[in-house]
Design a protein around this ligand. Sequence first.
Ligand code: CU
Length: 145
Amino acid sequence: MTTRRLLLGATLLAPLAAQAQTPAVTVESPWTRAARAGGQGAGFLTLRSAAGDRLLSASSPAANRVELHTHMRDGDVMRMRPVENIELPAGTAVTLQPGGNHLMFIGLKQPFEQGAQVPVTLVFERAGSITVQLPVQGAGARHSH
Ligand SMILES: [Cu+2]
């Protein structure tokens, strides 16, 4: 009985050890813009995965929901459109930026005040969940600094 328990323990530990080695995603230059409560906000950052990964979803306690968006040309206008996921090719930096892919915060629970930080949790296919803080820039900001 004791032996059996020990074996069971070892089996349970195996997935944890595997998880510790899951490929990491690095997040650089996260930022967002000032926005009013009840409205929408956009989040930007640069993602990099040595092994390749995929951003599946995002969430934040600061918004009712967070969608992954891209911009698509529709005639003469660029429109935002939700996407299923954002591909991270191995070893390639993928930048979410104004006019391109971005995180869309929908239904802000409080205003995004310039100088504050907005937490967002990103869920990756291989790397799992990563929570980052987005510093809030001015309302018209086009870059992280
Ligand atoms: Cu959007």
